[in-house]
Design a protein around this ligand. Structure first.
Ligand code: HEC
Length: 490
């Protein structure tokens, strides 16, 4: 039969989504023998749509029979594998138990690294366990190298969270001289190298960020002076912010005085992170309040949501001190909320907003937590599908976030045995760790053994009073954007 006919036949099978065992085996044989590249590409695309049990034998046929020269085929094969990764990781691992697959050129050049990266990227423990399996299956050092480079790529710029023990053991065995993984494993040479890199102004920025983040995940008190130095001396706000986050891990007496002393020189972004840091331990809040009393610290420097977070501590003394310093902090009464909603509704009626300006306001404030038209954060629900044309509901949701908290977005507060408090929405949990997504959008994993107390908090993570700071025209602009049915083009 000529290739054109085979092409159409294969395409039709892909559309069928379900095929008989006879056809499945015919496609598998075709994948092993086919020489026409168009037909091979179509086989890979069709395989992707088929159930795992029919897909993987075709993938395997293509992997082992084809070379890696064509520009499309390797990626099409990878996408077919990737499409099964979430639901059928076990089947992929089983396929890779056959060592001959690892030798295939497409596998070596395109797939090995990507598979590792895919499973390492989700942060889910079941996927990390797959990473450990892959390392144990790799037939030789070159394959281990490919896997490790995929693993590191997945963790570029973000912390390695508590690893399942089988993966930690596999990394120990295979990671060699990698600083990032060495840090994670507490190797002295890796720590020394990381601290050196952090004091070097000309060092690679991505590396610095990576090291700082990992230092916030491990326990290496020696790094505190270096991290404090980054906060006070660096001019890179991304690096400063992550150093502040990392410091949260360490209960050192140097931290609070240095941060409080350096606050006035910080940019707004950095201040928000510095405030979040100080609000994370009772003893630091104490120091902060003392500095305010001594007029060494201007309390207006602290973002309001950070202040609200301080009241989450179960410590009564802190609660009442914070309320003394910020008397307006008490949740507004329902009467006040109603007045505020009516005020804004009237403002909106009295003029037209500019959606483009509104988009800017949205991205600066709401977009830290919410996605709208595919841009923004993941702390709160995606607003694209929310009933944004219903003004009353919108106003109620924004003016009084606590009125009704969207399922899955409850706030949890965890008191850790070392005195820290972490709050956020629940991102993931299993028998060993609980992972919260903080209001800043970062994931914080806490080992269950370290948790002193975990509770659902009645407040929404979304701060009250966000609209109070806008002028009338800004309110119109913001809502002009919030009501859009289509994205605004910049
Ligand atoms: C610190 C993070 C954060 C910020 C900043 C934030 N929100 Fe939210 N928002 C949330 C979370 C979390 C929820 C879900 C919990 C709840 O219902 O209170 C939410 C809920 C909502 C809802 C209801 C959505 C639903 O599906 O129920 C709307 C509407 C909303 N936010 C709009 C806004 C707007 C507009 C802004 C900016 C002025 C904003 N939010 C700023 C975190 C945030």
């Amino acid at each position: 039969v000529n290739p054109q006919v085979r092409l159409w036949t294969v395409r039709l099978q892909g559309d069928a989504e379900k095929i008989s065992p006879q056809i499945a085996s015919r496609l598998t044989i075709l994948a092993q023998k086919e020489t026409d590249i168009e037909v091979c590409c179509q086989l890979a695309s069709s395989a992707r749509r088929l159930p795992t049990a029919d897909c993987l034998p075709i993938v395997r046929g293509l992997l082992t029979s084809q070379n890696a020269e064509d520009a499309r085929l390797p990626l099409l094969v990878w996408w077919a594998i990737e499409s099964k990764a979430a639901a059928d990781a076990g089947a992929i691992v089983t396929m890779l138990e056959d060592q001959s697959i690892w030798k295939a050129p497409i596998m070596q050049r395109y797939v090995t690294e990507r598979i590792m990266r895919r499973f390492a990227a989700t942060d889910q423990r079941k996927d990390l366990t797959v990473c450990a399996k892959l390392l144990s299956l790799a037939p030789n050092d070159d394959d281990v190298k490919r896997l490790m480079s995929g693993f590191e790529a997945a963790y570029a710029g973000r912390p390695l969270v508590n690893l399942p023990s089988d993966l930690a053991a596999a990394l120990e065995k295979f990671s060699g001289s990698s600083v990032t993984l060495g840090l994670r494993q507490g190797r002295a040479a890796a720590l020394e190298e990381a601290l050196k890199t952090l004091t070097d102004d000309r060092a690679d920025k991505t590396k610095q960020l990576q090291y700082v983040q990992i230092l916030g995940e491990v326990s290496q008190p020696e790094c505190v002076p270096t991290l404090l130095n980054v906060v006070t001396k660096s001019s890179d706000s991304a690096l400063q912010t992550s150093a502040l986050r990392a410091l949260g891990r360490y209960d050192s007496p140097q931290i609070a005085p240095t941060i409080i002393g350096g606050f006035s020189g910080m940019t707004d972004d950095v201040r928000a992170a510095a405030g979040a840091l100080l609000a994370s331990r009772a003893s630091w809040i104490q120091k902060l309040l003392e500095a305010i009393d001594a007029r060494q610290f201007d309390k207006s420097w602290l973002p309001l949501d950070v202040v609200q977070r301080m009241t989450l501590f179960s410590d009564r003394k802190i609660f009442s001190l914070v309320n003394q310093h910020w008397p307006d902090l008490k949740p507004a009464t329902s009467e006040q909320l109603k007045t505020e909603i009516d005020r804004i509704a009237a403002v909106l009626q009295n003029g037209v907003g500019k959606p483009k300006a509104g988009k800017q306001l949205f991205m600066n404030q709401c977009g830290k937590c919410h996605t709208l038209f595919a841009a923004g954060g993941k702390v709160g629900p995606d607003l694209t599908t929310f009933k944004r044309d219903d003004l009353q509901t919108m106003l109620l949701s924004i003016v009084n976030p606590n009125a009704e908290i969207r399922e899955g977005f409850n706030t949890y507060r965890i008191e850790i045995e070392d005195g820290r408090l972490v709050s956020g929405t629940l991102a993931e949990q299993d028998s060993q760790t609980v992972t919260l997504r903080t209001p800043e959008g970062t994931l914080v994993s806490v080992a269950r053994g370290e948790i002193a107390e975990m509770k659902a908090a009645p407040q929404s993570i979304m701060p009250e009073g966000l609209l109070k700071e806008y002028s009338d025209q800004q309110l119109r602009d913001l809502f002009g954007y919030l009501r859009m049915t289509q994205p605004v083009i910049d």
